[in-house]
Design a protein around this ligand. Structure first.
Ligand code: ASP
Length: 305
């Protein structure tokens, strides 16, 4: 059987309104999304594995200050950056995740280390940082993660116990990618700085396999963004796969049911991207916008609203 290598990414969902970003900013987002897609696609075109493609795409987004992951991560209540990331491979069913890690330039690479170099699925904090250090991953100083926009966002909430989705009335967000390679394997990766002003130690859905990330060759690969607590309680990514596996829904029906019906009914906001072995793609959200894009058959498509 022939498969069509395809990659899909998101850069967060939220109250992203055309009226609230300038044309120049809009162009920057489109550019950043295209760069990420191209780096993932190069891997696929060279016959690489879907897991390598989603990792490359997420690394590119983590290195971009526009998104709430890696370099662009938001501040927590103590004025620090604590990041979460995960990966899952649809052929082996193996997964890796890190949570609450600091100063690692690319948390998604640390998540891969957990998957590939340990017998575990998730490592948190110091333990994850130690693994990353031993493997030679790049660490950055706090200054690298400093961003004036993010700092002002945090200052508005600092001193309160309020948290804020990075992209609710702001314009940045968690990042993720799903892909299928030429062998018919799907994979997913997601990375985030979490919520602005979150209490230290707060972990969202992003590193939780089944909630923010899931991949199985039998059903689909999914990467989520939005109110993490709702996505954890809804086991959103796995719910999509379950509706396909047990109820026979199509990818589109399953994604729409989970986001437009179930998540919305629960009061949660956000969206997801998903792909299956037929290279069918869904990008769905119940917010005004979601940074997103895909490359299929050499065609690059990026959208925001
Ligand atoms: N889902 C992420 C979290 O709750 C936030 C986001 O998607 O922006 O940590």
């Amino acid at each position: 059987m022939d498969y069509t290598p395809t990659i899909v990414i998101h850069g967060g969902a939220g109250t992203i309104l055309k009226s609230s970003i300038s044309d120049e900013q809009e162009r920057s987002y489109h550019r950043a999304l295209s760069e990420s897609l191209i780096s993932g696609n190069i891997t696929l075109q060279r016959g690489g594995h879907a897991l390598d493609a989603v990792t490359a795409a997420v690394v590119s987004l983590e290195d971009c200050p526009l998104f709430n992951a890696g370099k662009g991560s938001v501040f927590n209540r103590n004025g620090k950056h604590e990041m979460d990331a995960s990966v899952m491979s649809g052929d082996s069913g193996l997964a890796g995740a890190v949570a609450g890690v600091r100063n690692i330039r690319n948390p998604v690479l640390a998540a891969r280390l957990v998957m590939e170099q340990t017998q575990h699925v998730m490592l948190i904090g110091e333990g994850a940082e130690e693994l990353a250090k031993k493997a030679g991953l790049v660490f950055e100083s706090d200054e690298y993660f400093f961003n004036e926009f993010r700092f002002n966002q945090w200052k508005d909430l600092h001193g309160s116990d309020k948290t804020q989705l990075d992209h609710s009335d702001k314009k940045f967000g968690t990042v993720g990618a799903v892909a299928i390679d030429s062998y018919g394997n799907v994979a997913a990766a997601t990375s985030t700085g979490g919520l602005t002003n979150k209490p230290p130690g707060r972990i969202g859905d992003t590193p939780i396999i089944g909630a923010g990330t899931y991949a199985s060759n039998q059903t689909c690969a999914v990467s989520c963004t939005g109110d993490g607590e709702f996505f954890i309680r809804g086991i959103v990514a796995y719910d999509v796969a379950c509706l396909i596996e047990y109820s026979g829904l199509s990818l589109e029906q399953a994604c729409n049911k989970v986001i437009l019906e179930k998540l919305t009914k629960s009061g949660g906001e956000g969206g997801l991207i998903a792909i299956n072995r037929d290279s069918q793609v869904v990008m769905v959200f119940n917010t005004p916008g979601m940074y997103r894009g895909m490359i299929k058959n050499g065609k690059v498509l990026t959208s925001i609203f």
